[in-house]
Design a protein around this ligand. Sequence first.
Ligand code: ADP
Length: 184
Amino acid sequence: MKEELLFHEGKAKLQIIKGDITEQDTEAIVNAANKKLAPGGGVAGAIHRAAGPDLWEECKKLGGCETGQAKISGGYRLKARYVIHTVGPVYNNTPQNARDLESCYMNSLHLAKKKGIRSVAFPAISTGIFGYPLEEAADISLRTVINFIQDNNLPEIVRFVLFGEKDYKVFTKAFQKIISSKDF
Ligand code: ADP
């Protein structure tokens, strides 16, 4: 597994890797969920398949999830003990999209903090079926996580898991741009 330590603040560090979110050994993985928290396509489908049917049984009882909010469940057959489900915005090129995407990361990280979770892996929320342009999403996602770990000095690991080479390159490039501008 190609892994890079890219940023750290006290005990907290941010990693960007190429890989599959369902295979991560972090304490929690984040699901780019739909409002019903149901199995579907993309990340949600892959997570539900890997976790097994008990995940959907638990999700049914969580009462759904609004855009930008986050809910937590067990991880069942996954290596991760927890799944944090967050619903990204469906991209329609309005300023609200960025606020909602930021809320996804903030609310997921606050939930992890509340539960004492020390390591969290995120996919690139909203950049698949929900259509968020990757460059813009990478900038918002990385800035939000950097700000959170600077303010909180935790979790110990936040790992962005990008599914393909192109997505990985866009994220690492966006990261380098943010760090070199020192504007975060
Ligand atoms: P959304 O509906 O929020 O757009 P998707 O699941 O369609 O969510 O996709 C979000 C991102 O996750 C996309 O960039 C997609 O390529 C990527 N992705 C899909 N499957 C996986 C996986 N198993 N691990 C990590 N990333 C994945």
